[in-house]
Ligand binder design. Sequence first.
Ligand code: HEC
Length: 144
Amino acid sequence: MKRIIIALAIGCTVLAGAAIAQESPIKKRQALMKQNGEATDLIVKMFKGETPYDGAAAAAALTKIGGMADEFITLFPEGTAKDSYAKPEIWQNKADFDSWAVKLKEDSAKAATAAAGGMDALQPAFAELGQTCRGCHEKYRVPQ
Ligand code: HEC
């Protein structure tokens, strides 16, 4: 019986370790960015005509992008460039890096509003948002 309890305790420790690894700032910031990729894909599919245009769904996806920005920039503690695609320049220019996240919030809010006006209204705002994604990646993300 004692052995079973010890085995269970060890099992739990391993599980807790896995849960902590899952919550690491690197995993968390990558998961948030992955959501951004999914949100923009959803809208790109509408532009390509692969799915019907849905202004409410586009606005929701854009609002989600803006909603992650504040949290995203808190997930870069010193020493976490390693094992990620974050460039060391982030820590040398943290204020500039953070300003890209502010721009991301502004652009996504503008695009979310524009989405109600249909695809033609959304197009320029979405293009501007895309430039912000690319701009930050060019400076601060290791090309994949
Ligand atoms: C403030 C700068 C910044 C902005 C703005 C930004 N990104 Fe990123 N993105 C990053 C960084 C840095 C990484 C690498 C993170 C890491 O590996 O730790 C990344 C990674 C990603 C990834 C890969 C995630 C993975 O699976 O590891 C995707 C997809 C992505 N970004 C999409 C987007 C999209 C779409 C936008 C615009 C809507 C965007 N990003 C805007 C900085 C930014």
